[in-house]
Design a protein around this ligand. Sequence first.
Ligand SMILES: CC(C)(COP(=O)(O)OP(=O)(O)OC[C@H]1O[C@@H](n2cnc3c(N)ncnc32)[C@H](O)[C@@H]1OP(=O)(O)O)[C@@H](O)C(=O)NCCC(=O)NCCS
Length: 338
Amino acid sequence: MVREWDPRTASSAEIASLLDTLNAVLAADLPQDPPWRANSLREYLSEVMPGERRISWVAQDDPAPDGTPGAIVGHVHVLLLGGIGVLEVLTHPARRRTGIGRELVRVAARRVWDEGFQSIGVEVVGDTPAVGFYEALGFTRDYVETRSVLDLGAVDWPALTEMATEVGAGYHVEFCPGGPPDELIEAYARAKAEVREVDDVELRPSSYDPDRLRDSLATLHRRGMKPYIVLALHEQTGEVAGLTEVVVPAQHPTRADQYDTIVVREHRGYGIDRAIKARMLLELRSAEPEVAEVQTWNAQVNESMLKVNAELGYRPDRDWCEYGVDVGELVHRLDSHR
Ligand SMILES: CC(C)(COP(=O)(O)OP(=O)(O)OC[C@H]1O[C@@H](n2cnc3c(N)ncnc32)[C@H](O)[C@@H]1OP(=O)(O)O)[C@@H](O)C(=O)NCCC(=O)NCCS
């Protein structure tokens, strides 16, 4: 049975059942990824940025004869933001190819259509069944990134300590656990806005104005995701010349996520990218001793960043693709398949 589901009011047993399914999916499709934990999972599934909405459905087995609720064997949520609905679907590996995924996408797409949205986007992990699934549903590939993973156990720490200091004269590198200090929010937002055109990735929008940035940091904290930031400040102007962001999620605290790394154009060529990333890893090692790996996503065209990541020890892991579809066409295709 597929039904709309609100993670804010769901029972703890349902949250636990969804976690079991999510971990079965990871074990089948991304066996190197750490399993997720229950920590802040409800908040992760519920909290959104102001102005955004997330709507969820589950596929649940029938209750047992004694009334015990059935397991959650599939889940979909759609995040409505800007003009797009961003979809995430999963089906327990033991229950795949029985039409659950298609039915979940059908109900979600119908709602997105009813809400007046025209397009749906989804992140699809390369070399997993999701590729065939979304292509069968008529989604097309818009963009491919590479996910890379850094094993902190294999890092050459003395070399990294050296790299962290190799920044041009006139720059000051600063570590900001929790987020940028309030007095730097405006300069921080300016640095992010500058590279918007070049590096923007539609499904993971960044925040470019100070208020949106504050909201975004508050949302991260509410979702149980702890941000760490390293800044390179241009001493002469006080401007943020470079920044790098890492988030440690309560749901998988052994593997941190590298978010944006930005070096403002006029400050490129001074070693800032390498130095701030190296400093971040050094700080993480003492602030979050549980972190064993860091994962990052890069456009395949971003050669200079890929080069720095390789020097730090990142190893390419998977293609990470964005697919999209016109909602009207999707609704029509799924309705006529029934
Ligand atoms: C993608 C996914 C949701 C599909 O779920 P599902 O319930 O098996 O999908 P369905 O049974 O509704 O399949 C619908 C159609 O999609 C296509 N399809 C599904 N799996 C496919 C596969 N492995 N290869 C090729 N096509 C496939 C088929 O056309 C299928 O129709 P058919 O079975 O009649 O031929 C499921 O594989 C999954 O959960 N993947 C993990 C997604 C995820 O979140 N990943 C993130 C962490 S890795």
